[in-house]
Design a protein around this ligand. Structure first.
Ligand code: SF4
Length: 389
């Protein structure tokens, strides 16, 4: 497949973590204890995966995981040089790495600068020691502060912090303190998530056994309200359900997903969406490495997205962002869809969940709180049979 001339966002998956957090259901694997460097085999496989690609221009790069900041710098440098041999990467390209504060150092941040990384996404999650320990994070609250300071000292001016609310036993005061501690560090961007209980995680088992209890729903809603109040006052705007930015500091890479644009995902378990195809790579690092070492493809699933699936994905993602979706633009991409059909769909939802401006439909803050319900409703609707509405 020749992708010269195409543009796409690029995701690189680094799967290893020092320890597994209790709520995590990502494709993350505890770093194996071995005498040899486990990153060596992974780096070799990732470089082979990159070199098998057929060029194209990268619009953003995101190193995610796992814990990409665990990857030793010489391995990262090899991967970066393979990227430059394979793709066009304009110097202004947003290039983000996820950093766990327990793995950060000034030397690492200086090396990231040398490698062209220009945005740091720090998995802070909480500034409360009891919550960090409760979910098994490997870092402390002072290490978050040290991490941001080191990144700044190395010259980074685009820093994002991830925060979680709704921990078992968390009070409003503790959440308020976490928000205040985060704002004291003046990040350009914040991702704020409610703690979710994923199947087969340690957290799910602890809750099922009654060892832990989540805060009541009304308290969690109050925490969300508090975040909206505090972050708005501090000058951040909520440009997506869970994401807040200072003006001009929105994450270009994630915007690409929400705008349903093309992306190439490399590394174990990485997902791509290219030319209408959804493509998935094998999840286990060992299978991924074995496939590439023996010259086989690491792809285990590929499916052409149909017309209805594409439209539903587009709407589902588009309704996550402020500004929503433009129906005229949708009609160009999906013939048969009209503003009237969209209006009929939205009329079925409570009126305070959504608003319309000309051909643009977006969810209100109340609607965002029910985004999954809106998505479910979308799944039930056949847009091309107005009679069913
Ligand atoms: S550090 Fe991130 S990827 Fe690793 S186990 Fe924790 S939540 Fe999962």
């Amino acid at each position: 497949m020749n992708r010269h001339g195409e543009t796409f966002a690029l995701y690189l998956h680094i799967p290893y973590c020092r320890r597994r957090c209790s709520y995590c259901d990502f494709n993350a694997h505890v770093l194996p204890e071995s005498e040899t460097d486990p990153f060596l085999a992974y780096r070799e496989a990732l470089v082979d995966d990159i070199k098998q690609q057929a060029g194209g221009t990268v619009t953003s790069i995101f190193w995610g995981g796992g814990t990409p900041s665990l990857m030793p710098i010489p391995h990262l440098a090899e991967v970066v040089s393979a990227l430059h041999e394979t793709f066009q990467i304009p110097s202004s390209t947003e290039n983000t790495i996820e950093v766990n504060p327990g793995t950060a150092s000034l030397e690492k941040f200086l090396a990231y600068q040398e490698l062209g990384i220009n945005r740091i996404s720090i998995g802070a999650q909480s500034f409360q020691a009891e919550h960090l320990e409760l979910v098994g994070r490997i870092h402390t609250s002072p290490e978050i502060v040290g991490c941001v300071e080191a990144a700044r000292q190395a010259g980074f001016t685009n820093i994002s912090l991830d925060l979680i609310y709704g921990f078992p036993g968390q009070t409003q005061e503790q959440w308020s303190e976490t928000l205040r501690s985060a704002l004291k560090l003046s990040p350009q961007h914040l991702s704020v998530y409610q703690l979710t209980v994923e199947p087969s995680t340690r957290l799910e088992m602890q809750l099922a056994k009654g060892e832990l209890e989540l805060p009541p729903e009304d308290e969690v809603v109050a925490m969300d309200d508090l975040a909206v109040e505090v972050l708005t006052q501090a000058g951040y705007h909520r440009y997506e359900i869970s994401n807040w930015a200072l003006p001009g500091r929105e994450c270009a890479h994630n915007i690409c997903y929400w705008a349903d644009q093309q992306y190439l995902g490399l590394g174990c378990g990485a997902v791509s969406f290219l030319n209408g195809w959804r493509i998935e790579r094998v999840k286990a690092p060992s299978y991924y490495q074995r496939a590439l070492k023996s010259g086989r493809s690491p792809v285990v699933f590929a499916e052409r997205r149909g017309h209805d699936g594409a439209l539903k994905d587009h709407l589902m993602m588009g309704l996550r962002v402020a500004g929503g979706v433009d129906c005229r633009e949708l009609a160009r991409r999906y013939p048969g869809l009209t503003v009237d059909i969209m209006e009929a769909f939205f009329q079925r939802l409570p009126s305070h969940w959504w608003k319309r401006k000309d051909s643009r439909f977006e969810l209100t803050r109340a609607g965002w709180d029910f985004h999954s319900e809106v998505t479910m409703a979308l799944m039930d609707v056949c847009f091309f049979s107005p009679a069913t509405l």
